[in-house]
Design a protein around this ligand. Structure first.
Ligand code: R5P
Length: 296
């Protein structure tokens, strides 16, 4: 294939990310194929690409989000290597990019997993597209990826949702890391924004410091974070806001990992959870398939 010539695109996915990938394929009028995964009795994987697909000279887009990533990474590695061997260029669209919070050795001996996740992906695909990756200690994805990368953001979609659905918003970033999202959303919505201070003790134990003299009588507080995992960060904020008489507290997350019954726990303390469909979830109200379709 001559350099510079545009490749035809084909979209692949696995059953766990199929709905999102199909939406993108439909928006772009591209063929969609499902990659099958089976397990041998000993636990080894059998990956099957559709037998009627001709990937030679094409851009093969594998769309798969990376919640619970361990097996998914190895499956993507196998599929991407096979597609490359067939003569395709491979793009991975991972709406949620795993392991990015492990960007430092927090305790002696801990491995900085994000670096090696990036190494694995860089070794099997040509390009990575992701949405709001957790860039905290890294400035850009290319601090760890050796391939072309594209970083999309759900900020405009979140702001649009708030503008049209929530009256008198007050945006709250629960910690310094989330402030980059909170601040930009507030700027688009044209409302006030607060950044709180968080101290994390363990994965399930955080403490939040609320501003003194906060008056919530005329506003709808909306906590915004890139990731909602165990929900404890938001739970602590909601509890504090409720103490000072907040009525409805909205919780908006780009990546709703929602592990260990997080949704129930958030609802129990009065949180109204609204998430983007970067990860399949029943709380998803903000659709990012158009954002991805426009960028592949
Ligand atoms: C961390 O730095 C992220 O931005 C989130 O604040 C964090 O992952 C939320 O985790 P959890 O829901 O378990 O408190």
């Amino acid at each position: 294939m001559r350099a510079g010539k545009k490749r035809g695109k084909i979209i692949f996915s696995f059953s766990d990310s199929m709905d999102f990938a199909k939406k993108v394929a439909k928006l772009k009028h591209l063929p969609f194929y499902l990659i099958e995964v089976k397990k041998f009795p000993d636990g080894e994987l059998l990956i099957r690409l559709p037998h009627n697909v001709n990937a030679k000279g094409k851009e093969a887009i594998i769309a798969r989000t990376l919640k619970e990533p361990n097996e998914k990474l190895i499956e993507i590695f196998f599929a991407a290597c096979a597609l490359k061997e067939m003569g395709a260029k491979v793009t991975l669209v991972a709406p949620y990019l795993c392991y990015m919070r492990q960007d430092k050795s927090f305790h002696k001996g801990e491995i900085v997993s994000s670096k090696y996740m990036a190494k694995l992906i860089s070794n099997c695909v040509d390009k990575l597209i992701t949405i709001d990756p957790h860039l905290h200690r890294y400035k850009s994805l290319n601090d760890i990826f050796k391939i072309k990368t594209k970083r999309l953001t759900a900020i405009k979609d979140i702001a649009y949702y708030i503008k049209h659905r929530i009256k008198k918003p007050l945006i709250i970033g629960p910690d310094a890391e989330s402030y980059q999202w909170a601040k930009t959303v507030a700027k688009i919505v044209k409302c006030d924004v607060l950044m709180l201070r968080k101290k994390r003790y363990t994965s399930r134990h955080v403490r939040i410091e609320l501003h003194k003299n906060l008056n919530l009588s005329k506003v709808s507080p909306i906590i915004i974070d890139d990731i909602i995992s165990t929900g404890h960060t938001m739970i602590e904020v909601i509890k504090d806001l409720k103490k000072i008489k907040a009525k409805k507290v909205y919780c908006i997350g780009v990546h709703a990992l929602l592990v260990e019954n997080a949704l129930k726990k958030l609802n129990n303390v009065g949180g109204i959870v609204i998430t983007c469909n970067a990860i399949p979830n029943k709380t998803n109200k903000i659709d990012l398939s158009k954002l991805v379709a426009e960028n592949i």
